[in-house]
Design a protein around this ligand. Structure first.
Ligand SMILES: [Zn+2]
Length: 340
């Protein structure tokens, strides 16, 4: 099969890789209908995260089940499925509490690499959610978004306790942030303020429900937000970048007693204890337990209530993945969908 391999920073190649096979009786093999490039794939692409030899890439996926192992009970060949970037058993105590991304048997899909024609999905019964019927082509981008960016933005909004009567601030304007806006809107937030300096992303944020845009970032951005909120700051803040600046911006944008939902993969973030102490904010986040939200998100997508697939503004054949990475790295694209 064809699959994306990162050899070194900036060096993305689409190569012939061995077809995946059932390795454990709980595995399934999925023929991918669509896959994509994640903002987090840009960390190793840019050399900010070490590249440890030739690495298969990708952790977002939707497709049709081809084969299942002997212990798979619920998932069946022929079903169209959506899964998350962590495989999980969905039955341990951590999963049952809603934290499937930290399942005691969790396996990161990024090490398997779903930017490919086929993928082996561990713990298929726990990981995969089947759609009620085979979706039409126009639903594929939105279902694919549910696999990570929508699920992650949704978790961020839930962790930030976005809801009726709340002012929600969103730090970052990548796909997760934009879908955090959509989630906050669906959860009934009264006012949604996004920090963004890119006109195309501001536009999409408004389509998803943002009411205000602040172009300044850092402490300047926080000052602008406070002007909009009677000097108090947001009730709920979504952090979807993962840098020192973005995390401190999120904490400082949040009023005492408010909630920060942080889902940007942390890169060397150091929290000053004294400031954290006196901020009196709740911090909750981490790798999003997307599996918790998948049944609800799939229902909202198939009913037409939400269209998160709009974050894909570039679609390429899998063989042109390198251009998909370049376009996102240059910020010419918000998110690239790859057709296997
Ligand atoms: Zn578990």
């Amino acid at each position: 099969m064809r699959g994306v391999v990162l050899h070194a920073p900036g060096d993305v190649r689409v190569e012939n890789r061995p077809d995946p096979t059932i390795e454990k009786p709980t595995d399934a093999i999925v023929r991918l209908a669509a896959t994509c490039v994640c903002g987090s794939d840009l960390w190793p692409y840019r050399g900010i995260e070490a590249v440890d030899g030739a690495s298969p890439m990708g952790h977002e996926y939707v497709g049709v089940v081809e084969e299942v192992g002997s212990e798979v009970r619920d998932i069946q060949p022929g079903q169209f499925v959506v899964g998350s970037f962590f495989a999980s058993d969905n039955s341990c105590e951590i999963c049952r509490a809603g934290y499937q991304s930290r399942c005691v048997h969790a396996e990161l899909m990024g090490t398997i690499g779903t930017q490919a024609q086929y993928a082996r999905i561990p713990l298929a019964d726990g990981t995969l959610v089947a759609t009620p019927e085979a979706p039409s082509q126009d639903l594929l981008p939105s279902l694919l978004a549910a696999s990570d960016v929508l699920g992650t933005g949704w978790f961020a909004a839930v962790a930030a306790e976005a809801g009726p009567g709340k002012t929600v601030a969103v730090v970052g304007d990548g796909a997760v942030s934009l879908l955090g806006v959509l989630a906050a809107c669906q959860l009934g937030a009264e006012r949604i303020v996004i920090f963004s300096r890119h006109a195309d992303r501001q536009q999409l944020a408004k389509e998803f429900g943002a009411t205000d845009v602040i172009v300044e970032r850092g402490d300047e951005g926080v000052a602008r937000l406070k002007e909009l909120t009677s000097g108090l700051g947001a009730h709920s803040t979504i952090e979807a970048v993962g840098t020192q600046e973005s995390m401190m911006q999120a904490i400082r944008a949040t009023r005492p007693g408010g909630h920060v939902g942080y889902v940007g993969v942390s890169h060397d973030v150091q929290l000053p204890g004294d400031e954290l102490f006196f901020s009196a904010v709740h911090l909750h986040g981490g790798p999003a337990p997307v599996r918790r939200f998948l049944p609800d998100l799939i229902a909202r997508i198939t009913s037409g209530a939400i269209n998160p697939g709009k974050v894909f503004d570039l679609t390429l054949p899998l063989d042109e993945a390198a251009e998909g990475y370049r376009a996102m790295d240059d910020r010419r694209a918000i998110k690239t969908l790859l057709r296997p």
